[in-house]
Design a protein around this ligand. Structure first.
Ligand SMILES: [Zn+2]
Length: 268
């Protein structure tokens, strides 16, 4: 599933391909991807518009066009954007194509095998976008403000890190790896974490994001514990285990990722 770093890479590609280009033709007939618009209304809103800027926040990409039109793209589980030739044959997973007048790309296509992604056209910023928390790559990470945002929450820290209103763009890979680096059990409730714990989590997030940037494309070898249940912990050698948290499989080391007790909490 595309996370922060993947989305930033796709955004940079789209900016290169679409910058200043006019949308000359649209083929977007997948109702599920373009909902709540109909394919016809989706095409009408974008046809003839010129791309002004392409940016992203967390896992959402925003393409701003003239006349105040905005196209939001979420890659879901398997989404991606590619440049292609005008009239090139349509691949099995292609869900939308935009023919462009620009020089950098004749057309761009949105591919999505599993169809969990979205393409939303609007004349304003959509709530999915405005509700997003800070994007670590654009806004940086700050232990004090993250601690303030986590303090009132009782849910597990890993679920909170993946909550896009807390931080934008953190997915299962970065959350799992960051908590291992921070030596914190992913089930620990947010409201028992000390500022020191949150600072360790911020350090873990930085390490995990940096690894994603540096070693992207090197396959699963870059993961320390993600997807490695039953293998030895690279730090202490204990057997890693897999649990399900918030519907997502999570690897953790039962020996060196400790739950944080808090003296003032009776329910711990
Ligand atoms: Zn360990």
């Amino acid at each position: 599933m595309p996370e922060l770093v993947d989305v930033h890479i796709v955004t940079a590609k789209l900016w290169r391909w679409m910058r200043g280009a006019k949308v000359r033709r649209i083929d977007a007939s997948d109702r599920r991807i373009v909902r709540p618009s109909s394919p016809a209304a989706f095409g009408r809103a974008l046809l003839g518009r010129t791309v002004k800027t392409v940016g992203c926040r967390g896992k959402w990409i925003r393409i701003e066009l003239d006349e105040g039109v905005r196209l939001f793209s979420h890659l879901g589980m398997t989404g991606d954007w590619v440049a292609c030739k005008r009239g090139a044959p349509k691949g099995a997973s292609e869900r939308a194509r935009f023919e462009l007048s620009g020089r950098a790309a004749e057309a761009v296509a949105y591919l999505d095998a599993r169809r969990f992604g979205r393409l939303i056209v609007a004349g304003h910023d959509i709530p999915e976008w405005t509700r997003l928390g800070p994007d670590p790559l654009q806004d940086g990470l700050n232990a004090r403000s993250l601690a303030a945002s986590l303090a009132p929450r009782r849910r597990a820290i890993k679920e909170a890190l993946m909550d896009q209103t807390v931080l934008a763009g953190i997915g299962n890979i970065v959350a799992t790896e960051a908590l291992w680096v921070a030596r914190i059990d992913p089930r620990t409730r947010c409201n028992v974490l000390s500022l020191e714990d949150v600072a360790a989590i911020v350090g873990g997030l930085r390490t995990a994001i940096r690894t994603e940037i540096k070693h992207k494309g090197e396959g699963e070898g870059r993961f320390r514990i993600y997807g490695r249940a039953d293998q030895p912990c690279p730090r202490c050698g204990a057997r890693l285990v897999a649990i399900v948290l918030g519907g997502r499989t999570t690897a953790l080391c039962p020996q060196c990722q400790r739950r944080r007790p808090h003296p003032s909490r009776k329910d711990w």
